[in-house]
Design a protein around this ligand. Sequence first.
Ligand code: ZN
Ligand code: ZN
Length: 633
Amino acid sequence: MAILQFDVNGEQVSREAGVRARDLVRLPPQTLAVWVNGQTLDVDRPLTEGGQLQFLTFADSAGRHVFRHSSAHLLAQAVKRLWPEAKLGTGPALEDGFYYDIWLPEPLTEADLPRIEAAMRDIVRENLAIERLELSREEALALFHDRGESFKEEIIARIPDDAVISAYRQGEFVDLCSGPHLPETGLIGALRLTQVSGAYWRGNEKNPMMTRIYGTSFPDQESLERYLAQIEEAKLRDHRKLGAQLDLFTFREEAPGFVFWHAKGHAVYRTLEEFSRRLQARHGYQEVATPWVYRVGLWERSGHWDHYRDNLFLIDRDDELQGLKPMNCPGHCLLFKGATRSYRDLPWRLAEYSPLSRYERSGALHGLMRVRGFHQDDAHLFVRPDQIREEMFGVLDLVDIVYRTFEMPYEVVLSTRPDDYMGELALWERAEQELEEVLRARGLKYQINPKDGAFYGPKLDVYAVDSLGRRWQCATAQLDFQLPEKFELEYVDQDGLAKRPVMIHRAILGSIERFLGILVEHYKGAFPPWLAPVQVRILPITDKQLDYARHIERLLSERGVRVEVDERNQKIGYKIREAQLAKVPEMLVVGGRDQDNQTVSLRSREDGDRGAIALTQYVSQVVDRIRMPGFTD
Ligand SMILES: [Zn+2]
Ligand SMILES: [Zn+2]
């Protein structure tokens, strides 16, 4: 028997091939599955190759995935116990839960969910072992035929000849599945079924209608309850709702997926863009603007025509196809090619904020989070291979400044070389090593997604954590060894020879539209003063103070404050409530005495009544409070 070598969290272990992960070392508590050389496996799966091995828990996204997928099996088993004539479709894990599509003679309703939950809890209590079976095609067909699972038979018929067919058994229940799964059902400590809907088998309306049951699950009740409370809070913060309420933006059916920015929303948008623009200028970026319509030949050269055609907006004019740009990279490559570049010109950092268009299915559109027309704080860095390290360090500087400004902690994921990589192996290895060194040098907590990089280069993804603890993938820095090849980009090196630069695609906010949507939810619409659409609202107590109010408005507006006067003939209590609902950071109540004494009575959104203050003093103070963070003017 072959001897395999394992590296288990730095400890070297050697065992015979076929050993189970659970027998290698003492299984840490709450282990859900193992990760061996980039593959997630059951803890009971006999191992056939050595290498890096990690135990996955609920804290790992791969661990959660196994947990939720096993929860889907649990759901299917419970439904089969209650309705033996049910036929199973498929049941995947989702980011925050799972679902299962099941055919039933009578579709289920939400009233059935508590009964199913109770049956699921029974199976958890039984703590059934979950066992993997590997079957020949004939065995698999016979097994699922006997069980009346016609949809599973259909799936088996589509499995390629050379693929391993596997199933997972727990108690009386068997599901066709490639796995991996939890070792036993008892690990699913808390669960909740959330929703029932209909879905056609394989998404085709000619097929039977299945009942889709959604749910979520956690290792313990406390985590489940925290999650459910977070969902309720997220509904209150929904940026589409707050966007309309705060008069920031709307969507209309005349232009699906494109944003109508109202004056207030656009003020926030422009401030956010300006913040990014000033920060990048300070960090040595040059801002350019390139065309947004290109002849199709460019998209063929860049590879978008082969890989991205379905998402391109195309225009057919003068018997020629042209496409709206979904990204800026090819335009920046053309700029690079426009002159002879020397090693001294590098790094060359180009930033661009122009409009981008990507076709998304109308069902995929979601407020500002998923649109068809958007803008990015996009940049491309053309660098020599020896500059990758320093430039990535600089990119992470920007990430840190930006996410600190919004008080969002962040996590970094490094995705490494996939099997179908292109380019020089040595360059890949060096670049990956340098990326890790940069992450360590910055003291960043990071996770590695092995083999998850694009075929053209490794990348860093940054996940920002909002005030509800939700993770949003925003910033990204992608190394690209291929696009410079496709565009035959060259610079003259110190030795006089022509060399290929490496390209780094990077965005810090990502889509500005989407980032704004995230901020609306993160702040629950109460933007910090520098970002607020209206920073100061003046509330005259009677019409007699209107002129004084307009005088203050002029003074503030001249100093760059976004200010408005509530001129309505309403009681002051009503005006204060309205300003509070509009989440205006500062309110100035002005009455007769304020006018006589040239004062204002300040109310802050957070702290309420702050008392009277001399107008001149207020003006100089508020300018400090609305200043863009990190800038002195
Ligand atoms: Zn499964
Ligand atoms: Zn790019």
